[in-house]
Design a protein around this ligand. Structure first.
Ligand SMILES: [Fe+2]
Length: 235
């Protein structure tokens, strides 16, 4: 099992506060069968420089590597970022540095507001001009803001991956949307978006169980194969 969206790195964003919380989150993940984790701390271009962010992320990741040396059960972790949208991001040269290590996969968070044609063009540029692979973070969280569905529809015509949070399969308000979205044939990947062991824990398995029960194991296998290929492609 691969978790494509986590805030498990200690003291780098609003996720894990310290190494102790990180260890607990990793343990929760391990117990559920997660063996590969993408660490995706928030990156906000208006608040931070890429240089400062990458240094902070490296220091934090080094702490976790220390833990990995002591504990043999810790899943494989790769670094990336959850990059928040800004106008002009399509042409921003900072993106390749924020991709999953060894890959051109970028986790992009879009505004929780009506999407505009400018946002669409930016995402299109990231894909067509920068030749990056886009994974949109927690797509189910934007839908309620799309009173006008045109940009939403166009966005998902683009060749991109749509990440869904496992927790959304557990919440009545989001579950039917998330299941329908998968059934519609989108290129879905799963993440826990875990932030801390108590309130926003690692919960990938519980979400997967809902998919398997409602849509069948073969649907889950398709999602896993997609994820595995992306993970193995990054070397
Ligand atoms: Fe996140």
């Amino acid at each position: 099992m691969i978790d494509f969206h986590t805030h498990i790195l200690p003291a780098v964003d609003d996720g894990s506060r310290n190494l102790e919380q990180t260890k607990e989150l990793l343990h929760q993940a391990y117990e559920q069968g997660v063996r590969h984790i993408l660490a995706t701390p928030h990156f906000y271009a208006d608040r931070d420089s890429a240089g400062h962010f990458l240094k902070k992320r490296e220091e934090s990741f080094n702490e976790v590597k220390g833990l990995q040396k002591k504990e043999d059960w810790i899943p494989e972790i790769r670094t990336a970022a959850e990059v928040y949208y800004f106008p002009g991001i399509g042409k921003a040269d900072v993106l390749p540095k924020l991709c999953m290590e060894g890959s051109r996969l970028i986790l992009l968070e879009l505004p929780f507001a009506q999407w505009t044609s400018g946002m669409y063009r930016d995402v299109e540029h990231i894909i067509d001009r920068q030749k990056l692979t886009v994974m949109l973070a927690h797509v189910e969280r934007y839908y309620e803001f799309q009173k006008d569905k045109r940009v939403w529809r166009d966005m998902f015509e683009l060749p991109l991956y749509a990440q869904i949070n496992a927790g959304s399969f557990l919440r009545h308000s989001k579950r039917s949307f998330a299941l329908k979205f998968i059934k519609a044939g989108h290129q879905v990947l799963l993440g826990s978006d875990c932030h801390n062991p108590e309130v926003r824990p690692s919960n990938l398995k519980a979400g997967r169980d809902v998919i398997s029960k409602k849509l069948g194991d073969n649907v889950l296998e398709e999602i896993d194969t997609r994820g595995r290929l992306l993970w193995e492609d990054a070397k």
